[in-house]
Ligand binder design. Structure first.
Ligand code: GLN
Length: 483
């Protein structure tokens, strides 16, 4: 039996019926990993994963849906005693003395940690090419990127190198790689999942979320990691239901808004036609679609890149070689001044994209520019949010493409950061407004291809704050519609 092909719920059922053992799932996953050249992982936990699976199998008790199930963790989520590199040289040897809250929760469920996945340095990027540890490859076509910044997590799930994974999403980093790799990825509402132990990129936008092969698995993972946490004051005290048990594929009468600003130039024909095909499926399922307007969409990229870089420049100030991480050693025969140590550490420890963003963020926060850039961006953020509020007065769900193009080739955009930024247009507004959104792979039969490759395309479903169940239901209806 090829266990790595199965979903969490199928494996859970097989485990409780004693038809398989957790150790067998773990072995099949590690087999795939050793055959792979995609570079999905930065660190592997071969010994501890095998040991834990054996212990569980000995007990023979799998009480929770995730008990005995292999999971991969993006390498910006802290695990006690294990390296957490953030894809950066500056944290290459950093070993956190504590667990992120999501890790504690998964551990309580008995999930098995397989390894830490590759990512763009400090989660800045859309291709995983910004990793200090080299790029991850797209499992469908190795000449292409898997997306980013959670590219390692997405590629690992798609290539059966794990059953499910966690990523983080500041401006699309779960949804976009999910769409490039043909899997499901969900960014929860801001405040739904604790950020304690997630290395901060832009604290007002970051959320941890699941990547998996189907909607049911996403629902299981979301219930497992969500909830108020006293260690994160931005996490909210909202009831965490069993998203799995509440899944309902009847979406008759649901109103889906299609924002006209998302279907303009820059959207590739492949994506446009595929999305139109997917919209027709939602109509067949009984949903009502209507055109809506998110009028300030054109300002989303500028707003996001001002706010995200401003917050990043402040969050990344702690990496100065003093308390943890890489420190530039003093050169022989010469006293090194403290300031020189700071400068050289940051110069050698950070990659180009990080430096670019620190400079941009610092610039936007400077006296004299603060009002003009950072404060203005904060104001526009509120306007973008109120566009969504208005739209959600009329519709239950908003449907958009996840990304304007299918996966691009490795190296194709690395020298053009601005073009890469501009392509984040469909994902960043969701983070600015703090809303939940899921990327659902469009069925291969509905994908329009101008070229010859078989690259996946994702459709994004955005919901009202804390209404993850609505978007999960729509995703589930689409997924089970036999298209
Ligand atoms: N591509 C976006 C960026 O580079 C998103 C990153 C993210 O969500 N972590 O900022």
């Amino acid at each position: 039996m090829e266990l790595e092909n199965h979903s969490i719920s199928t494996l859970h059922n097989l485990l409780i019926k004693k038809e398989i053992k957790s150790s067998e799932i773990v072995e099949s996953v590690f087999e795939h990993i050793s055959d792979s050249s995609l570079n999905c992982y930065i660190t592997l936990f071969e010994d501890s994963a095998r040991k834990k699976a054996k212990e569980l199998d000995k007990k023979g008790d799998y009480p929770e849906p995730l008990t005995g199930i292999p999971i991969a963790i993006k390498d910006n989520i802290c695990m006690k005693g294990e390296p957490t590199t953030c894809g950066s040289k500056i944290l290459e040897d950093f070993i956190p003395p504590y667990n992120a809250t999501v890790i504690e929760k998964l551990e309580k469920q008995g999930a098995i940690f397989i390894g830490k996945t590759n990512m763009d340095e400090f989660a800045m990027g859309s291709s995983t090419e910004n990793s200090y540890f080299g790029p991850t490859l797209n499992p469908i076509d190795n000449d292409y990127v898997p997306g980013g910044s959670s590219g390692g997590s997405a590629a690992a799930v798609a290539n059966k190198e794990v059953i499910c994974a966690l990523g983080s999403d500041t401006g699309g980093s779960i949804r976009q790689p999910a769409s490039f790799c043909g899997i499901f990825g969900l960014k929860p509402t801001y405040g739904r999942v604790s950020r304690y132990g997630l290395v901060a990129f832009a604290s007002s936008l970051d959320q941890i979320g699941p990547l998996a092969k189907n909607t049911q698995d996403i629902a299981i993972l979301l219930s497992a990691i969500a909830g108020r946490d006293v260690k994160d004051s931005t996490s909210r005290d909202k009831e965490v239901p069993s998203f799995l048990h509440n899944l309902n594929s009847n979406i008759k009468g649901i109103k889906i808004g299609i924002p006209k600003e998302y279907f303009t130039e820059g959207l590739s024909d492949d994506v446009r036609v595929s999305i139109e095909n997917a919209i027709n499926i939602f109509k067949d399922l009984g949903a009502k679609t209507e055109q809506i307007s998110l009028a300030h969409t054109e300002y989303a990229i500028a707003t996001y890149y001002l706010i995200a870089t401003a917050e990043a420049s402040s969050n990344l100030a702690r990496y100065d070689g003093v308390k943890y991480g890489y420190r530039r050693q003093k050169t022989e025969n010469r006293k090194q001044k403290l300031k020189e140590m700071y400068e050289q550490t940051r110069k050698e420890g950070f990659g180009d994209e990080i430096k670019r963003r620190i400079m941009l963020g610092t610039f936007g926060l400077q006296t004299g520019y603060y009002d003009e850039y950072y404060l203005k961006a904060r104001e526009v953020r509120d306007i973008i949010k109120s566009d969504f509020d208005d739209a959600f007065e009329r519709v239950n769900i908003i449907l958009t493409p996840t990304y304007p193009i299918p996966a691009f080739k490795l190296g194709e955009k690395i020298d053009d950061p601005l073009e890469m930024y501009l392509s984040d247009i469909f994902t960043v507004s969701v983070n600015l407004a703090g809303l939940p959104a899921i990327s659902v792979p469009i069925s291969p039969a509905l994908i329009h291809k101008c070229g010859t490759n078989e690259l996946p395309i994702g459709v994004q479903l955005i919901g009202r704050a804390f209404c993850e169940q609505d978007i999960l239901n729509c995703a589930y209806a689409y997924e089970t519609s036999n298209t």
